[in-house]
Write a protein that binds this ligand. Sequence first.
Ligand SMILES: C[S@@+](CC[C@H](N)C(=O)[O-])C[C@H]1O[C@@H](n2cnc3c(N)ncnc32)[C@H](O)[C@@H]1O
Length: 208
Amino acid sequence: MRDYVSWHDAYDDPSSALSWRLSRVRHHIGLVLDARPGPVTAVSLCAGDGRDLIGVLSARADADRVGVTLVEIDPVLAARAVAAAEGLRVSVLTRDAGDASTYAGIVPADLVLMVGIFGNISDADLENLIRAAPGFCRPGATLLWSRGRDADIGDRNETVRNWFGQAGFREVAYEAREGGERAAMGVVQYEGEAVELDAARRLFTFVR
Ligand SMILES: C[S@@+](CC[C@H](N)C(=O)[O-])C[C@H]1O[C@@H](n2cnc3c(N)ncnc32)[C@H](O)[C@@H]1O
């Protein structure tokens, strides 16, 4: 697997595709929180150092109504998230996000982040994860996803968008960066009924 600690260095360049994605993800997290009064629960799979959710919450006066769980397997990144989240209601689990049993007591949530995953798993796992996505969501929950469209991994995003539709999600937004690295992200809302995530299920494994 890549060195995901140094992978995060691309965030230092404000013109990078990663910085573009972060700004879009933060924007949509803010919209979700603005639209949802009262308590909110959020979970981020493969959260890295959690700067998307932590960045938004650090700037909000109402952060204490938001309970967050970040699942990140790398202990260095998880430790950074813990440090950055001081004073916020953020739990960091240094666990395997591809193992559905990790989410016992955490899902369903109101806001689900699957950002920085879809380009790093097989197509079979990608479909599997999207079909399992309802189990992460309360009815009406919002899910943010991302997948780049560069030549090395190809553009699978029409398929991804269709799979979300088939799984009971309505697309709220889809944003794609043209020029340079072709990052993209989507926002979907779960319109189906409550379903339980099968804790015995293997969801995905990173291949890069
Ligand atoms: C592409 S990065 C995305 C990080 C973050 N979501 C972001 O957008 O900045 C993928 C992250 O997934 C983590 N990761 C890879 N496999 C994992 C697994 N099985 N369980 C939890 N985290 C995993 C890596 O350590 C890395 O931090």
